[in-house]
Design a protein around this ligand. Sequence first.
Ligand code: SAM
Length: 222
Amino acid sequence: MALMRIGRKVKDLGITGPFTRWYDKNTREKRIGEMREYANEVKKHLTNNAAVLEVAPGPGYFSIELAKMGSYNITGMDISADFVAICQANAKRENVAVDFLQGNVSKMPFEDNKFNFIFCSAAFKNFKEPVTAMREMYRVLKSDGIALIVDMNHDVSKETLNEAAAKYSNGGFERWFMKTTFKGLCKGAYSKAELENIIKQTPFNKNEIKESGIGFYIYLYK
Ligand SMILES: C[S@@+](CC[C@H](N)C(=O)[O-])C[C@H]1O[C@@H](n2cnc3c(N)ncnc32)[C@H](O)[C@@H]1O
């Protein structure tokens, strides 16, 4: 069993300390294109002034890229005070307005029916209480709101892992390192059947789970 599967049973695995600065740099360099792709996907579902919540933004690049694309009211909430500070500095540097604050997805500091859209990437597998997290997403969404969770697939194939490692590296040791990292992360993530079982325990009665690379796009409709 992967460490993450054990770890998240004990406590919420917020990321703090010097690793947040490493993650910030790495995300900016390696995943900014992906963040733009996510923002373009989310944008399709938004109208002007839509209220958008990013759960667990890490360094905040999805919210920052989305803010550059239109007139939206964007909030980003992460359990890590270190990441919230990094998000605020990154938004200031990019000259965009996003309200970044600290909070736990299991008990979000928002009233009911507040957001049109919720986005959450590479974090759902880290949450200690996935059912509670999804129920909270349902609670804070407006009645016709949508949540999109992007996370890895526990049952990813070897071929797909190889493709992803090639995409995110320049070959050699780096390629091996990326493959090992992705493999470990996928081991700690949920399978499609596990996700369906989690969704069943929430009020979301319409959903769509699409495979994409080493992960899933999980759409939840309120
Ligand atoms: C692997 S990072 C992903 C960051 C970003 N979404 C991305 O795609 O790069 C996981 C994030 O989840 C946050 N996190 C973990 N547990 C959380 C919780 N219970 N509530 C809110 N944020 C949480 C961590 O602090 C971290 O920023």
